[in-house]
Ligand binder design. Structure first.
Ligand code: AKG
Length: 486
């Protein structure tokens, strides 16, 4: 029996949409949308595609052929994903050209001419070729804390297993995907429950979406494993709710970008030979999704090893290590992340104070954005505190040291640039970026509150204290009342 389709995904001309409309209609409401008209000037659309819309595979062999990439064998399942192998881009292109077939090859056939359908995935193209400016991230997706953070810090650094040469694999979440017609991606929700966007440089994809409110319908009775391929003959015994699920269907054409909201399960099929660019990202609007996932995965990790608790020297440490290995970060990593972003947003707030005198900066929209960010960060800190905080002392953030750290300055400059783009603010002069942190220091936000943030409670107090000081200086910045709703 086939799946039930309940509707299509809306398509909107991105040139006729402004940032606040995108936030209000899609990001805040966590709704998918396809945006057109945003890829006109992309070099990728010229260099990587022939006039007839077919991928210029030769260009990849010639320019990027030596890159080592992850390639999924679409016909072979390995646990919850497809089996992956490593090969060079040249080898991948050779395989593609050798096996390109004219006849229709459906996902369930899985093989063309007896050869596996291969799908190049998660290629960290921007990290590998920073000089080759293949595309620019559309404004709607610029408020990206995940990639901004990873441009400056590691999300998780396990001293036991950390290897420099393994760095590229967790260096960012900006990817290129390339696959022949018939290649596909099994049902999943995205890493960290982040948002993603995916742009078709060439080709056509079919997306099937399930809203988060229905996600239990694709799980087994114990909510442990989910359906792998929604077009398989899914066992009703194992997945009793599956036939009830109502899917949204979308055919994404060349030069269209799809926004995938947090927590929406989706399965994707390349209906033609396709190249796409794909980012995962999160910010103040979907941060709670990340924390909720971490907490759920932590509880699962703990339950899994509960029977060895008594013989474990450091049970909590083991849970956190397992969480980082399975989910990509643990509580400590996330706590450090939100603390940096609290500080960076406060730096922006102090900047706003200064720029309030500047009539070209629309203070209200920026202030509202900052209030949203700080409220979201504070909410998470409150939630972390409510489960007893992040156990163990790991020498958390020293504020003064952080503010003096050039790496943190880079993070602040990145956030400043984001605010500049989104709110059409005159871009800050980067030669004087040190002013950013001087603003914060001069406001006594730090000195009145000690110099270390060790616990989630410290972080909540730090935010509240900073906001109180800032609103005392400029009553037009009405952050506290907005934070009250936290
Ligand atoms: O394009 C694909 O095959 C998968 C992309 C995807 O799942 C995503 O962007 O989350």
């Amino acid at each position: 029996m086939g799946i039930r389709i309940g509707g299509q995904i809306e398509k909107v001309n991105g040139k006729e949409l402004n940032y606040s409309e995108f936030v209000e209609r899609y990001m805040e409401k966590n709704q998918p949308v396809v945006l057109t008209g945003l890829m006109d000037d992309w070099k990728a659309c010229k260099d990587w595609v022939f006039d007839n819309g077919k991928p210029n595979l030769h260009f990849f062999s010639t320019h990027f052929g030596n890159s080592t990439v992850q390639v999924a064998d679409c016909g072979t399942r390995e646990f919850t994903d497809q089996k992956r192998v490593e090969m060079s881009v040249s080898e991948f292109v050779d395989h593609w050209l050798e096996n390109s077939v004219q006849e229709h090859c459906s996902a369930s056939t899985d093989h063309s001419n007896g050869h596996p359908v291969l799908y190049l995935k998660d290629w960290h193209f921007v990290k590998e070729y920073p000089e080759y400016l293949a595309y620019t991230t559309p404004l709607f997706f610029c408020d990206d804390w995940l990639n901004l953070y990873l441009d400056n810090y590691h999300m998780h650094k396990d001293p036991d297993t950390f290897q420099e040469n393994n760095e590229i694999s967790c260096s960012d979440y900006r990817f290129v995907y390339m696959g022949a017609k018939g290649s596909w991606t099994p049902l999943h929700a995205d890493v960290f429950r982040s948002y993603s966007w995916s742009a078709n440089v060439c080709g056509k994809k079919q997306w099937l979406f399930l809203s988060p409110s229905q996600h239990n319908l694709v799980f087994d009775r114990n909510m442990k494993s989910s359906v792998y391929n929604i077009f398989d003959d899914v066992s009703e015994k194992v997945f009793p709710g599956f036939t009830e699920a109502i899917w949204l269907d979308c055919t994404q054409e060349q030069n269209e970008i799809i926004f995938v909201p947090s927590g929406w399960y989706h399965q994707v099929h390349n209906l033609e030979d396709t190249i796409s660019i794909n980012h995962n990202w999160f910010n103040g609007y979907n941060l709670s999704w990340v924390w909720n996932l971490l907490l759920r995965d932590y509880n699962e990790a703990k339950e899994y090893i509960e029977d060895i608790r008594d013989i474990c020297d450091d049970f909590e440490g083991l849970c956190q290590r397992n969480l980082a290995a399975n989910t990509g970060m643990n509580f400590y990593d996330f706590f450090i992340f939100i603390t940096y972003f609290c500080l960076a947003n406060l730096v922006q707030l102090c900047h706003l104070l200064r720029d309030c005198k500047n009539p070209t900066w629309s203070s209200s929209t920026v202030a509202r954005h900052l209030a949203l960010n700080l409220r979201s960060l504070r909410n998470i800190a409150v939630k972390i505190n409510s489960i007893g905080g992040v156990a163990g002392s790991h020498g958390f953030l020293d504020i003064r040291e952080t503010l003096d750290d050039p790496i943190f300055l880079n993070l602040c400059v990145g956030l400043e640039r984001t605010f500049g783009m989104i709110h059409k603010k005159q871009s800050f002069c980067f030669d004087t970026k040190k002013d950013l942190v001087d603003d914060l220091t001069s406001l006594d936000i730090i000195r009145t509150y000690g110099s270390q943030i060790c616990t989630a409670k410290d972080l909540v107090r730090f935010i509240d204290n900073a906001i109180a000081i800032v609103s005392g200086i400029n009553s037009e910045i009405v952050l506290p009342s907005e934070l009250d709703g936290a």
